[in-house]
Design a protein around this ligand. Structure first.
Ligand SMILES: NC(=O)c1ccc[n+]([C@@H]2O[C@H](COP(=O)([O-])OP(=O)(O)OC[C@H]3O[C@@H](n4cnc5c(N)ncnc54)[C@H](OP(=O)(O)O)[C@@H]3O)[C@@H](O)[C@H]2O)c1
Length: 249
């Protein structure tokens, strides 16, 4: 039986991905900052483990408790919309700590066992915003684009050890807690310099709401990366992400 470890399973894409792999008879290690046993159906193939990706002790303990892992899904992340100039450095650091350094820390912790077994898959969930120079997401976009870059570079380093790496790029989804969390970090709507630009940009984004991404699209894209060795390194997830990827060429 194959084992997948997923970060950020308390809600959204991570939770749906855990559900999908459980349904398809995998052993699932669902990790959360605050572990909850009631979010997923009870199963002897399910293990819920505490994992804060920004805490190296927590990363080491979780990987040690997990045992052999066939597939790791770096999904934990958050956004903080604000103009570049107004984004507090503390928020910039938090964005990189979680979205970028957290992904690096978990991957470095899992890679040795995969290399020794000559088998494994690493799936990094970034974002389709990396495909377009959108305003108000400069820091989030940079944190996710860094993951795209390191994933592409490490692909050829680890391929000789039988390890595959993939990027899943979700489009915009209202089915998760992402927007609610991002709203807590929103800055600049009342700013005398950037306020009007922000309001107009957000109104334009709302008006041009395209097809959107469902949590299931992301879970299926992660499944494809995990189970199909022929799947591409970059997998857009959701109709809007597929459209943006085609436009980006
Ligand atoms: N929804 C979208 O529109 C969208 C689009 C493109 C990409 N994404 C990306 O997709 C991923 C999943 O987001 P989502 O939409 O499913 O949002 P979500 O419902 O807010 O889920 C985010 C998950 O990340 C966890 N998390 C945050 N910081 C963490 C940390 N330090 N350590 C461990 N877990 C942490 C959260 O846990 P807590 O409950 O503890 O906060 C939560 O489980 C993220 O990487 C996000 O950037 C989302």
């Amino acid at each position: 039986m194959k084992t997948v470890l997923i970060t950020g399973c308390s809600s959204g894409f991570g939770l749906d991905t855990a559900r999908l792999f459980l349904d398809r008879n995998w052993r699932v290690i669902a990790t959360m900052r605050t572990p909850r046993e009631d979010l997923l159906p009870a199963s002897d193939r399910l293990q819920v483990i505490a994992l804060d990706v920004t805490d190296s002790d927590s990363v080491q303990k979780a990987i040690a408790a997990a045992g052999p892992i066939d597939v790791v899904v770096n999904n934990a992340g958050f956004g903080a919309p604000a103009p570049f100039e107004l984004t507090p450095m503390e928020t910039v650091r938090q964005l990189f700590e979680t979205n970028t350094f957290g992904t690096i820390a978990v991957t470095q912790a899992v890679l040795p066992q995969m290399r020794e077994r000559q088998s494994g898959v690493i799936v990094n969930v970034t974002s389709s915003v990396t495909l377009k120079p959108l305003p108000l997401v400069s820091m989030y976009r940079a944190a996710k684009a860094a993951v795209n870059a390191l994933t592409e570079s490490m692909a050829s380093e680890v391929a000789p050890f039988g390890v595959r790496v993939h990027l899943v790029l979700p489009g915009s989804s209202g089915e998760t807690r992402f927007r609610e969390t991002a709203y807590q970090y929103l800055k600049g709507a009342d700013d005398p310099v950037y306020g009007d630009f922000m309001k107009q940009t957000i109104a334009r984004m709302m008006a041009s709401n395209g097809p959107g991404t469902h949590a299931r699209d992301v879970a299926e894209a992660v499944w494809q990366a995990a189970t199909d060795p022929a799947s591409p390194l970059r997998i857009p997830a959701g109709a809007d992400a597929v459209q943006w990827a085609a436009e980006a060429g």
